[in-house]
Design a protein around this ligand. Structure first.
Ligand SMILES: [Ca+2]
Ligand SMILES: [Ca+2]
Ligand SMILES: [Ca+2]
Length: 401
């Protein structure tokens, strides 16, 4: 029984293939004559498990890739990944103007040398927005540089004993990666940890402290271990296609003069309602409030710029004042596809790589992903709770145990 189940999983693992660029028409005569100019596949290809093998025949015609009798791709290039060390008999059929040729090979998937971590292995970038925990989580010390803050973010997020970083308000982001490719298998593939929880007194189901962050993913196409491939895909969560969602939203935050006299608001928690000036690309502007609970600067102090811009997809405000008197604010969880939007033990914090879309909103077939970017997706201040700010507390591959 167990063996059959493993077999089925293996077959499922083969179905995750990337569309490569169309094969070049290098020789028009070949097309006219129905010739197939292809030297053939290698006898065998070897790759570690949890790594992508790319086979690019660069030949004209209709290609069909099969393992045993199962068609796994009809793309010009094959991107093959498996979480299992095993040997896979590969067949490539090429059809061109009525001519058909078939080529055989073998893909050998090996156990890796060393041990993969299922958790975050590196943090590449960290730029929080303005927020009441900015400069605190992680902590900025006088004179710290960006690289020192990045190191602190690494210490927080890498490995199994991860703690939290806060991303502040809209657009604040962190970029992290794994030491292997998380394969895109059937169903959800990885989990992002946050600090969301259901409110004990919330009337709405699945609501409480939910601060949704937009998730983007990338695949290490050039296999150099860095997110420099310039192809980031957004995970199209439940709000992505709704008309309440604003794509390419940009916000500028202006560095405050910390010595300027505070302008207290009507409520005692409103320490300075004209604290940090902001404007967006839709013509809106205003101030982010400093509250009475957090006295440190809310502007990232390691930035030398006197203003900075953050851009991304903005989803509809999800917090509302349930009490009607400002005492009890509740954030409604969105259905799927966001970070810090549901408790860590809830399935809504699990992400399916198949939800990834390109810049025009079309779904893409990724064999797997190596890098993840998370940014706060909401531009809202929820009364005394402060800005809605996504927290990231780690992440892990659901297929590697
Ligand atoms: Ca998947
Ligand atoms: Ca790369
Ligand atoms: Ca949170």
């Amino acid at each position: 029984m167990e063996k059959n189940r493993v077999k089925i999983l293996k077959i499922a693992a083969l179905a995750f293939l990337l569309i490569g660029p169309a094969a070049c028409k290098s020789d028009d005569d070949d097309i006219n004559n129905g010739n197939i100019s292809f030297d053939g596949l290698k006898d065998s290809y070897t790759v570690d498990r949890f790594k992508v093998l790319n086979i690019a025949p660069n030949v004209t015609g209709k290609l069909t890739w099969s393992i045993n009798d199962a068609v796994i791709s009809e793309d010009a290039e094959l991107d093959f990944i498996s979480p299992y060390s095993d040997t896979y008999p590969l067949t490539l059929k090429i059809e061109n103007n009525g001519m058909v040729k078939t080529y055989k090979s073998t893909i050998i998937v090996k156990q890796e040398t060393g041990t993969y971590s299922r958790y975050i292995s590196n943090v590449f970038d960290f730029r929080p927005a303005v927020g009441q925990f900015t400069n605190e989580v992680p902590e900025y010390a006088a004179g710290n540089t960006f690289s020192q803050l990045l190191q602190k973010a690494k210490e927080s997020l890498v490995g199994s004993n991860s703690t939290m970083v806060t991303l502040g308000g809209f657009g604040g982001y962190v970029v992290f990666g794994f030491d292997h490719t998380i394969p895109n298998m059937d169903g959800r593939d990885f989990k992002i940890l946050g600090n969301a929880f259901w409110g004990n007194d919330a009337n709405d189901p699945r609501s409480g402290s939910c601060e949704p962050g937009i998730i983007m993913v990338a695949y290490d196409k050039n296999k150099n271990g860095k997110p420099d491939d310039n192809e980031w895909y957004e995970i199209a969560g439940s709000e992505y296609f709704k008309n309440t969602t604003v794509k390419n939203y940009s916000i500028t935050y202006f560095k405050p003069d910390e010595n300027k006299p505070a302008v207290p608001g009507a409520d005692p928690w409103q320490a300075d309602v004209e604290y940090i000036k902001w404007q967006d690309n839709l013509g809106n502007n205003g101030f982010k409030t400093k509250n009475a609970f957090h006295a440190q600067s809310y502007y990232p102090l390691w930035l030398s710029e006197t203003s900075y811009v953050l851009t991304g997809t903005k989803i509809k405000n999800n917090f509302y004042d349930q009490s009607g008197n400002g005492s009890y604010w509740v954030g409604k969880s969105y259905e799927f596809g966001y970070a810090d939007n549901a408790p860590n033990n809830d399935g809504a914090s699990d992400i399916d790589i198949s939800w990834a879309v390109d810049k025009s909103g079309s779904y893409v077939k990724l064999p797997g992903i190596d890098f993840v970017k998370v940014y706060t997706g909401i531009n809202q201040e929820a009364g005394w709770l402060g800005e809605v700010s996504t927290e990231v507390g780690g992440a892990y591959d659901l297929h590697l145990h």
